[in-house]
Design a protein. Structure first.
Length: 552
RNA sequence: GGUCCCAUCGUCUAGUCAGGUCAGGACAUCAGGUUUUCAUCCUGGGAACAGGGGUUCGAAUCCCCUUGGGAUCACCA
């Protein structure tokens, strides 16, 4: 093994990649890339209950979307490979057993037969006595014959690590600095579970060593675990990697950003609006009831989003693919995520991954936790969107629409103008379609809501917008060609002759008439996009709709 | 509760390790201005060293205490 940098990102396949995990992956990746090192992806799937192949796959996509590629790990697109695999822990059982044997040989591992229930009792006990629970080493008292008999009787058992009394429980963290705990804080933890799989602690130590990880960058929730890892490394004769523990990412309200936030948002909405059954049967009744029966019952990802759609609730973005669906640029998410806990200095905030790779270092990582600020992300996204050439914007908007808004993707030769009309006013790709829904709405079904701005533009004032509409419609219909120039000219002329030169007086009623809302792209774009026929038909319908309202 | 970690504008942070410019930037916010809607865009303003003790000529920076926040205490990772 060379002494080159080797970092690894080791998620457990329990759902999609969330922003905290993404940030860790970005740091690991950037650190390796900037040092001519190797970035490894390893899947920690030793928990059979929680692993699923589909979730693993989701990770790959999310990582790729962010522009993160791995040199070694599971094969995906052009990523993966490597000769210290396999990179799925579930396929490395033999390796773990080999090293477990080393521990047995040195008298550093032993069988324990307590049931989870027994252990839980003792934990509860410890809690009521206001002290931390530590395993009492009861299994160490068992005679060799007893252990043998238990094993032969197939009694369920775990294997614990016998932490040496003189174990050194101190290390230097690249972010935090020197840390240590007292020997009494570490008990003989489980290294092999009753199902025959290693625990996280054992697997991670063996894998990091065998895969030659030089730098372990991970979340701060692992800081206390690290003591377990270093005693295991010492016992197995492994070299110790550098550690860097990252502070956590929180919601603006200070709560931990978690997948549960979505469930919480739905629950709150349902409760506040006293909704008693799933709207339009978007999810099965039994699923609905099961979900509401306990806070611990979470909806599946797709069930949650179906319900959210049906209720009209927007779920908080937590996972990387949530931000993708919301229409953010991957390079912006990457940029913003980096800033949560790291900065290049020199007042530079917006940068690309090449810059990140060049500048990233562990010593500039901030120790304190950060709150995720969507407003800033949005501002960054706007800047990046505007910096895109119109060709690039169109291409990427189309790509996005293909996945999330196919009705816009099939706009055909109108797509280009649709993109241009929305480029500078969109903070996200989704923004572009939100204010252009009228484009994919049939002329016949367009409706008007009598909101304040609508009434103001159409019905208020001495000269109402509605009264202008017939004349404007006539002039528009007289136009021999339907272009920006002709339309804008016509509108300007109408304004001049009918509304004291106030363009808004004319444009706004027309906008509302054809778009059904007071917000749409510039009026010229809007009308060209719609075409002459639709425009006139919509104005006609609008006049009828509001005309009857007036009579009533 | 035990243990560990953290603490600069509302938020992300620069400055801390090698004490010494009115504590800098960005987002948000507020006040003006541009604009046919929305969104942009332009100009300007307010806004922080958690508190208390030390060390020092001098402390955001070093030390201690208090307070506050977080993580962890699994046969989950």
């Amino acid at each position: 093994m060379t002494n080159k940098v080797r970092t690894r990102f080791a998620p457990s396949p329990t759902g999609h990649l969330h922003v905290g995990g993404a940030r860790t992956a970005i740091y690991c990746w950037a650190y390796a890339r900037g040092r001519d090192g190797t970035f490894i992806l390893r899947i920690e799937d030793t928990d059979q209950k929680r692993s699923s192949e589909q979730a693993t796959f989701g990770f790959f996509e999310d990582l790729n979307w962010l522009g993160i590629d791995w040199d070694e790990g599971p094969a995906f697109n052009s990523c993966g490979g490597g000769d210290v695999g396999p990179y799925l822990q579930s396929q490395r059982l033999e390796l773990y057993k080999e090293h477990l044997q080393t521990l047995f040989d040195n008298g550093l591992a032993y069988y324990a037969f307590e049931t989870p229930e027994e252990l839980n009792e003792k934990r509860k006990q410890a809690r009521t006595e206001k002290r931390a629970y530590r395993y009492d080493r009861a299994a160490l008292e068992l005679s060799e014959a007893q252990v043998k008999a238990n094993l032969e009787a197939d009694m369920p058992h775990v294997i614990r690590f016998k932490v040496p009394d003189d174990a050194v429980l101190a290390f230097k963290d690249e972010v935090i600095g020197d840390v240590e705990i007292a020997r009494s804080e570490l008990d003989d933890f489980v290294i092999f579970k009753a199902d025959g799989y290693p625990t996280y602690h054992f697997a991670v130590v063996v894998d990091d060593a065998l895969m030659g990880a030089t730098d372990v960058v991970r979340g701060q929730e692992h800081l206390n675990n690290t003591y377990k890892h270093i005693v295991l490394q010492d016992a197995l004769g492994f070299e110790r990697p550098n550690y860097a523990h990252l502070s956590l990412i929180f919601n603006p309200d200070g709560s931990k950003m978690s997948k549960r936030d979505k469930d919480k948002a739905l629950r709150t909405f349902v409760k506040e609006h006293s909704i008693e059954s799933p709207p339009n049967g978007c999810i099965p009744q039994d699923v609905w009831e099961h979900w509401l029966s306990s806070k611990d019952n979470q909806l599946q990802t797709d069930e949650a989003s179906d319900l959210a759609t049906a209720l009209g609730v927007s779920l908080p973005e937590i996972n990387v693919d949530d931000f993708k669906a919301a229409g953010y640029l991957p390079e912006v998410l990457l940029n913003y995520l980096c800033l949560l806990g790291w900065s290049p200095g020199d007042d530079i905030e917006q940068f690309d991954s090449a810059f990140l790779i060049e500048k990233f270092s562990l010593d500039r990582i901030v120790k304190s936790p950060a709150k995720f600020d969507r407003a800033k992300l949005l501002a960054f996204n706007l800047d990046a969107m505007q910096a895109l050439s119109s060709e690039a914007f169109e291409e990427r908007l189309l790509e996005w629409c293909n996945e999330y808004a196919p009705e816009f993707a099939s706009l055909g030769n109108r797509f280009s103008l649709f993109a241009k009309a929305n480029h500078e006013r969109s903070k996200t790709f989704r923004d572009a379609i939100e204010t252009s829904k009228f484009l994919v709405e049939p002329d016949e079904t367009l409706t008007w809501e009598e909101t304040k701005p609508v009434k103001k533009a159409l019905l208020k004032g001495e000269l109402t917008g509605l009264s202008l509409l017939p004349e404007v419609a006539t002039r528009l219909s007289d136009l021999s060609e339907w272009t920006h120039a002709s339309i804008d000219g016509c509108m300007a002329q109408c304004a001049e002759e009918l509304a004291e030169g106030k363009l808004g007086k004319v444009a706004q009623p027309v906008r509302i008439a054809v778009a059904g809302s007071p917000v749409s792209p510039p009026i010229g774009d809007t009308l060209v996009l719609l075409g002459k026929e639709s425009t006139l038909k919509r104005i006609e319908r609008c006049m009828k709709f509001f005309g009857s309202k007036c009579d009533a």
